[in-house]
Design a protein around this ligand. Sequence first.
Ligand code: BES
Ligand code: ZN
Ligand code: ZN
Length: 498
Amino acid sequence: MQIRLETKSNAALETEALVTYVFEETDPAQGRISEIDQTAHGLLRKLAKSGELTGKTLEMTLIHAPGGLKAARLLLVGAGKREKFDSAALRKISGSALRYLKSRGVHNFAFVVREGNATEDAAQAVAEGLLAADFESDKYKTDKKNDKSIDHILLAGYSEAERASGTRGLARGTVIGESQNFARDLINEPSNKLTPKILADKAEAMAKQAGLAVEILDEKKIVDLKMGALLSVAQGSVEPPRMIVVTYTPATAPKSGAPVIGIVGKAVTFDTGGISIKPSDGMEKMKYDMAGGATMLGVMRALAALKPNVKVICVVPATENMPGGKAQKPGDIQTAMSGKTIEVLNTDAEGRLILADAIHYAKQLGATHLVDAATLTGAIVVALASINVGVFGGADQAWTDKVLASAKAAGEKMWQMPMDDEYREFIKGTVADIQNIGSGKGGGSITGAWFIREFAGDTPWVHLDIAGTAWNDDAKTWLAKGPTGVALRTLVHLAMSY
Ligand code: BES
Ligand code: ZN
Ligand code: ZN
């Protein structure tokens, strides 16, 4: 799918569908809508007067053969109240329009931004919205709906003077949207098609193509480095683990003492729970337990093209979590790479174990500021449903605030959770330094975060629990059912803010 900027006027756009959006206001036929209305002989004002065109959020009004326009169709998408309109709304509007037209066999359309919206940010948001919406989970379907595809889209509403900034935004949004889909593709793969080794191979291929440095630690290297926490999870599987390291270094060497961002993503390619086995009902979904890792690899893919002025090290611990004769058992004591001892009271709390070694290793590689993303706990779904990512910070609130500010700018909903010292008591060990589940009742996501924080130590660190948000159980009008690639846009924005 190609997206191109076009500065021709609305009436002159030859396309299968001209798409724009309508605000919910007393007279919806204002500005650009009024321009189209005049060309279309007052049709839109008539629709508005009759109450058929209201501008209510994501209301769809499709008009065939609109008089006065070269386009074969006119699609008007409700944009809600003008005061509440933002980039997030634009993503949903453009995405919903794409899926609406695609399902009707339309192959190309022009998306016109409204008066005052012809900015770099808007172009980026539209590109992100369109690319995310175009993603389908039909890779393994032999009967693909090839007749239902969008070939090209024109981004319109920009003047000649606005062409340069619009083109910049479009290019950035395209990189981010494609990288998010790269991550979603990985997340969608079932565990028989994506073992830790295959994930590492794909990460290596991506890094080489993007011009990023990559190092894959195999089982032997992982043993040499004494990554006992990662190994404890991997020991139950016939598939060997991998530690994936991808590094972006800016062309102009940053000053010494400059921050180095470490992004760490949980990649359990399948989580059965191990000996503390999960119920079979719904277990198939645990193929997405590598969403954190896939998302971080997607971030690196985007950064390679967008070239921020900061070094970023991505560390992805990859393993299966399986029961079996060699699997670790509840009560086993493991020694993490950092030297800390862990009593594994529940083998299903494996994400925090593999992150313990990955976080420690990222610090060893020079990361000064850490963010991890993980499908860590079912408890975060109870707390925040599938609306907000759970955000957990360390002592450095400024770093957490920076991540939250990026989330806001990128239009990803995130909510900071409490990390009072009292919760630390929950993971105090009786026979080892710490235990991998809380002894208190409740607060499961906070306990998980505190466990990881033990390994971040004094290094500024933020943990994103994406268990509730990395997978869409129901299709939205702007997004297919399945993987979302959440947190990617936030982290790309974070790196780009340097
Ligand atoms: N991968 C799961 C968490 C999860 C749950 C992700 C639902 C996506 C949807 C994680 O490894 C896990 O099993 N966590 C346990 C922790 C518990 C044993 C303390 C959980 O949440 O039940
Ligand atoms: Zn688990
Ligand atoms: Zn898990």
